[in-house]
Design a protein around this ligand. Structure first.
Ligand code: NAD
Ligand code: ZN
Length: 379
């Protein structure tokens, strides 16, 4: 089968790989019909995630058709078209029992920061990803969910990650009616977080990014304010000035570790100093939220990434909430939101790219070419 293959920083290609096989009675094999490239893949692509090995196949946002099922699979059957959440979760461990599917202990016991994730290095279990023609889906009685009749496949693929992640980002913010919510990052996740902030009763939503076309997109899509942090004054000053000096009620970080100089490795001494300020968005979030406010983080960071201004967190009494999205927990509600027209996620898919042209897909998305919001790969 054809599959994406990582060759080293900023080098990916398409290659021939052996077909995946059932290894456990709860596995299924899924034939991929849509597979997206995510901002999280860019951390891998840039070589910033430890234990990302040459030869790995990325891809955690895919939908497809069940081709083969293990003997203990009851949730789906051969021929079903399924949404596959990016989390690989056993459904039985202490964390899954609390619906913390993004923190499953069985799927990736060696991980310090997350549970299992498709195609996301060996720190999340070393599972092959879905930027391929076929993929093995472990624990298929937990994650895979049948695509409802009539749902557009382009909407369905966005339910694997972006919709629930943006929603959870807003949810973790604990938004109260009338709140001023500031979202850092107008990538697909930030756009969705801004959209979802209104569902929790926000009174004002402000988004910051540096890409004018993304700001324009989010202004229209989420009906919010959106500013270029490179052309206005400091975002912290701006937020303070427009909130009677109080600060925002909720700040949401949808940026994460920045590509340049934020290697997610264990870093020591001088190297650590070089990391200072690599989490600009997180610093801005902490410094522009009000006293007693909430900072919600879904942006992805390495284990020892940044010098966080923790003193300001303590002094201002800020609550920080952060996690990998728990997609299986949110999926039923997100399906309803799409079916009821509350969220229209396919609007974010600006580029359709044949799987064979994956290198172009990564380049266009990483370099923000051609007004790209999000590319979807079609095997
Ligand atoms: P993306 O790379 O397309 O978007 C990030 C955006 O942030 C870009 O538009 C960039 O211009 C902007 N940006 C960079 N520095 C900024 C700053 N200092 N302030 C404001 N904006 C800034 O990525 P995406 O797909 O939207 O994902 C966003 C983040 O969310 C990534 O870190 C990704 O890994 C993470 N993510 C987390 C989860 C989860 O479950 N927690 C799931 C999906 C994605
Ligand atoms: Zn993703």
């Amino acid at each position: 089968m054809l599959a994406m293959e990582y060759r080293g920083p900023q080098r990916v290609r398409i290659t021939e790989k052996p077909m995946p096989e059932i290894k456990h009675p709860e596995d299924t094999i899924v034939r991929v019909v849509r597979s997206c490239i995510c901002g999280s893949d860019l951390h891998l692509y840039n070589g910033n995630v430890p234990d990302t090995r040459v030869g790995e196949t990325f891809g955690h946002e895919f939908i497809g058709v069940v081709e083969e099922v293990g003997t203990e699979v009851t949730k789906v059957k051969v021929g079903d078209r399924v949404i596959v959440p990016f989390n690989i979760a056993c459904g039985k461990c202490a964390f899954c029992k609390q619906e913390l599917y993004g923190n499953c202990h069985e799927a990736a016991p060696q991980a310090t920061a997350a549970g299992g994730i498709f195609g996301y290095s060996h720190i999340t279990g070393g599972y092959a990803g879905g930027q391929a023609e076929y993929v093995r889906v472990p624990y298929s009685n937990v994650g895979p969910t049948v695509i409802p009749e009539g749902m557009d496949l382009d909407d369905a693929v966005m339910l694997t990650d972006v919709v629930p992640t943006g929603y959870q980002a807003a949810e973790m913010g604990g938004i109260q009616p009338g709140d001023t919510v500031v979202v850092f990052g107008a990538g697909p996740v930030g756009i969705m977080a801004a959209k979802c902030a209104w569902l929790f009763g926000a009174g004002r939503v402000i988004v910051f990014d540096r890409e004018e076309y993304r700001l324009e997109f989010v202004r229209n899509y989420a009906q919010c304010e959106a500013y270029n942090f490179e052309s206005i004054e400091d975002p912290v000053v701006f937020v303070k000035r427009t909130t009677d000096s109080l600060g925002a009620d909720v700040c949401i970080d949808c940026v994460g570790a920045e590509a340049a100089g934020s290697a997610m490795q264990t870093i020591t001494g001088r190297k650590l100093l070089l990391q200072a300020g690599s989490a600009t968005a997180l610093h801005w979030a902490i410094n522009s939220v009000k006293k007693g406010g909430i900072v919600s983080i879904v942006g992805v960071y390495g284990p020892t990434d940044n010098l966080v201004p923790i003193g300001n967190v303590v002094n201002k009494g800020i609550t920080i909430r952060a996690n990998q999205a728990s997609v299986p927990r949110l999926l039923p509600r997100m399906i309803e939101h799409v079916q009821n027209g509350v969220i229209n996620p396919k609007a974010l898919l600006t580029h359709r790219i044949p799987l064979e042209e994956i290198a172009d897909g990564y380049r266009i998305f990483a370099d923000k070419l051609d007004n790209c919001i999000k590319p979807v790969l079609i095997p």
